[in-house]
Ligand binder design. Structure first.
Ligand SMILES: O=C(O)c1ccccc1NCC(=O)[C@H](O)[C@H](O)COP(=O)(O)O
Length: 261
């Protein structure tokens, strides 16, 4: 039986094929190479951040449905930056998350903090898009990539000046770690059942080599959880629903950060 993740990836393949029919990869790559490299670093922003919070912009999700349907990235993302986010994650998947390339492009125009293109990256085409749309980093999900694919896509991302967040959920995915990965994320959400359990981060923390900057993702809802994850060695905390479910996500982030200090 197809899981939602299978369906998401199948849909990605169709989207990429349709995009290539409109603009072939060679033309997109030329455009990406001509796009300026602003020199922002997703990893450095986390290393230097007092909060380590990566605030996510998403309107909906497979697990929660509608979260904040009319959210405007030109309001939310600069608001996140002003509230103290180290970086922002912007969902660009439309079908399952209600996002778009426009969200990333608009966010880029309104803030200078590093932006992560949050999508299901399986092809160099998506990485070239991320460069053009203003991302500083891309997400690779170990669950849908082989070790060889992970390294190949990571090298390509670096060739365009993008950093790589490699997301794992299980110890068996540690074999995707490679020197070209910049940040390792532990996703507390099981991408098949959507259940979140922050114990996943605590269980995997010690299995990730110290040279990788570690972040914890999903299902984080309290300052105490962030403080415990910090003690376990995590430097970044990717949080979306906790803020996006509020009428003013940036104000929710501001209140969260105040409770952290
Ligand atoms: O969020 C989902 O329902 C989901 C389902 C399948 C694949 C990915 C999914 N979410 C992407 C994410 O990893 C989260 O948006 C991100 O980690 C923030 O999680 P949260 O703070 O729990 O919104």
């Amino acid at each position: 039986m197809n899981t939602i993740l299978d369906n998401i990836i199948q849909n990605k393949r169709l989207e990429i094929a349709s995009a290539k029919a409109v603009k072939p990869f060679a033309a997109l790559l030329e455009e990406a190479r001509q796009t300026g490299r602003p020199g922002r670093s997703f990893r450095q922003a986390l290393e230097r951040s007092a909060t380590g919070i990566i605030a996510e912009f998403k309107r909906r999700s497979p697990s929660k449905g509608f979260i904040h349907e009319g959210a405007d990235p030109e309001q939310v993302v600069p608001g996140y930056a002003a509230a103290g986010a180290a970086a922002c994650s912007v969902l660009t998947d439309t079908v399952y998350f209600g996002g778009s390339s426009d969200d990333l492009v608009k966010a880029r125009k309104r803030t200078d903090i590093p932006l992560l293109r949050k999508d299901f990256t399986i092809d160099e085409y998506q990485i070239a898009q991320a460069r053009i749309w203003g991302a500083d980093a891309i997400l690779l999900i170990a669950a849908v990539l082989t070790p060889a694919e992970t390294e190949k896509l990571s090298l390509f991302a670096h060739s365009l000046g993008l950093e790589v967040l490699l997301e794992i959920h299980d110890a068996c995915e540690l074999n995707r770690l490679c020197p070209v990965v910049d940040v390792v994320g532990v996703n507390n959400r099981n991408l098949t059942t959507f259940a979140t359990d922050v114990r996943t981060s605590f269980e995997l923390a010690g299995r990730i080599p110290a040279e990788y900057l570690r972040i914890s993702e999903s299902g984080i809802g309290s300052p105490d959880t962030v403080l415990r994850l910090r003690e376990a060695g995590f430097r970044g905390f990717l949080m979306g629903e906790n803020f996006m479910k509020e009428p003013d996500p940036a104000a929710a982030l501001r209140n969260f950060i105040q409770a952290l200090s």
